[in-house]
Design a binder for this molecule. Structure first.
Ligand code: HEC
Length: 136
């Protein structure tokens, strides 16, 4: 039953995005999960668009200037320095607030804007991280 309610919520979410907002290419890859807080994901999508993240990051695996967020969470992430880290929540946070400390392999250093700590409140940051975690 819970799964059904979630599917419904996600359907409403997509419909809402489609009707109220201009087309958002990054939405298509979002996979609903039982444990996802749909409202927070929805907020994350809005924030990712408003903050410009969507210009450089896709949710559906398609190539943009930055790595896609699809399947990122929980995976091993190769870094430009040859090391490997698990893309857990702490990594996602570091990648946003201190972007030059670890550079994703195959992507340019210095492209991630460095002023997100000023622009994004903790609450907004959390919503975006929850969104990234939801994109499997
Ligand atoms: C101008 C393009 C650009 C914008 C805008 C941008 N990013 Fe990035 N981002 C990148 C690039 C390029 C990388 C890879 C290099 C690196 O690790 O810094 C990256 C890396 C990341 C990573 C690590 C991804 C991985 O696969 O390891 C996260 C998480 C991330 N960005 C989140 C965000 C968020 C959240 C926003 C918006 C608030 C944002 N980015 C805005 C270009 C961008």
């Amino acid at each position: 039953m819970r799964g059904h309610a979630m599917a419904l919520a996600v359907a409403v979410f997509f419909a809402g995005v489609a009707t109220n907002d201009p087309p958002l290419p990054i939405v298509e890859g979002v996979a609903a999960q039982e444990t996802v807080d749909v409202d927070l994901v929805k907020r994350g999508v809005k924030l990712a668009r408003r903050s410009g993240c969507a210009t450089c990051h896709s949710l559906d695996g398609s190539r943009r200037p930055g790595p896609t967020w699809k399947g990122l969470y929980g995976q091993k992430r190769a870094l430009a320095n040859g090391q490997e880290v698990v893309a857990d929540e702490a990594y996602l946070r570091r990648a946003i607030v201190n972007p030059d400390a670890e550079i994703a392999q195959g992507f340019p250093k210095g492209m991630m804007p460095k002023d997100f700590t000023r622009k994004l409140s903790e609450e907004k940051l959390r919503a975006i991280i929850v969104l990234i975690k939801s994109v499997r």
